[in-house]
Design a binder for this molecule. Structure first.
Ligand code: KG4
Ligand code: ZN
Length: 342
């Protein structure tokens, strides 16, 4: 048995969790800064760093107390070393390294996207590579072939906005709060896909994706409706939300199926904040049945950023024990640089 403390501070969630290699997730504390940033319509890096600093120690204490553990019970502390906001990353990195140094514990820098990739394992320990990962977050829309854990081959990426970014930016146009994905999803349950927004690159034949054209299409539609004196509220708003959600999810499911067909790997895992989208899940579940592949997701509450995914990634990387407390963070960090060979 090994107990790993995971710390996530790459953006606007302070996440701390305890993962036990025998018993799974045993404590999970999350503090969201969303309200702090909402007035600005996006994350303000300096405010994010300061808020992480204010919260992180009490979250660590809460985690240890709830699980009745002491620091000396830990095998290691895992922390997000990138990609993300420089100052925010430095808070998690310095706290993790300081506590580890003071207590003679191993410390493990984790790639944030590897955390997302392994988050479905938090709900299903039986999962195993190979699989295709559809990683859809605020900053990424990627299809990745995972032949074994620690080996990540990028198959396709968004050429412009990420899927979550497309949700957030179009939500802002509709006057919804940041981050807008869950607000669009909630409104969409009352609406229908009547506006038939463009699905850019859906038939490009490769695994590249594009979502920035959706913003222009939504803006054009908004202007058209306004010129007809149609208020963007009630059913109109719900239908716009449903149309946006269907446009984004149609591209994601089509590209996922193509990745499965191209590689012959018949297991898909979906991760990152957008994997909480229930329309995406329903469409993929249906596609999986008709095309004979399996699909797995993180538990709903662990789709967006959290400490649990960093702790489980730490458990997978525990073999590379390190007691070197010199640290650096990587605001930009290519996942493929992690590869540990075929
Ligand atoms: O993975 P995440 O927490 O942060 C990044 O690493 O980027 O993802 C956040 C993204 C945001 O763009 C947010 O709007 C989106 O996930 N999101 C959703 C839903 N919940 C969160 N998008 C669509 N439907 C949802 N239910
Ligand atoms: Zn994330």
């Amino acid at each position: 048995m090994a107990l790993i403390l995971g710390i996530e501070t790459s953006c606007d969630e302070t996440g701390v969790a305890l993962y036990d290699t025998d018993n799974g997730l045993i404590a999970n504390e999350l503090y969201s800064q969303i309200e702090l940033h909402q007035a600005y319509g996006g994350v303000v890096p300096e405010l994010a760093s300061r808020d992480h600093l204010r919260k992180i120690i009490s979250l660590i204490d809460n985690c240890l107390n709830k699980a009745s553990c002491k620091l000396s019970d830990l095998a290691a502390i895992a922390y997000t070393a990138g990609p993300g906001l420089n100052g925010a990353l430095l808070v998690g990195a310095s706290v993790a390294n300081s506590i580890a140094w003071a207590n003679n514990l191993a410390v493990i820098p984790i790639h944030h996207l590897e955390g997302h990739l392994l988050s479905p394992f938090l709900g299903n320990k039986q999962l195993a590579a190979p699989f295709i990962a559809l990683l859809v977050s605020g900053g990424h829309s990627q299809l990745i072939a995972v032949n074994k854990i620690g080996n990540y081959q990028l198959l396709g990426d968004s050429v412009d906005d990420a899927a979550g970014e497309a949700f957030d930016k179009t939500a802002k146009m509709l006057g919804l709060a940041y981050p807008g994905g869950k607000h669009i999803a909630a409104l969409a349950t009352q609406g229908s896909d009547i506006y038939k927004l463009p699905r850019p690159m859906i038939n490009s034949g490769d695994l590249s994706m594009s979502f920035s054209g959706l913003k222009t299409a939504v803006l054009t539609l908004l202007n058209k409706l306004k010129s007809q004196n149609i208020a963007i509220e009630g059913q109109v708003l719900a239908d716009m939300a449903a149309s946006i959600e269907h446009a984004i999810t149609d591209v994601l499911i089509k590209k996922s199926l193509l990745a499965i067909k191209m590689t012959g790997i018949r297991q898909l895992i979906v991760c990152g904040g957008v994997s909480a989208n229930l329309t995406l899940r329903a469409k993929l579940n249906k596609l999986a049945v008709s095309n004979n592949f399996s699909v797995h997701y993180p538990p709903l509450e662990l789709c967006t950023d959290n400490g649990a995914m960093i702790a489980i990634a730490g458990a997978y990387r525990l073999t590379q024990k390190q007691f070197n407390y010199n640290f650096t963070v990587h605001p930009r960090w290519d996942l493929s640089t992690l590869n540990i060979g075929e």
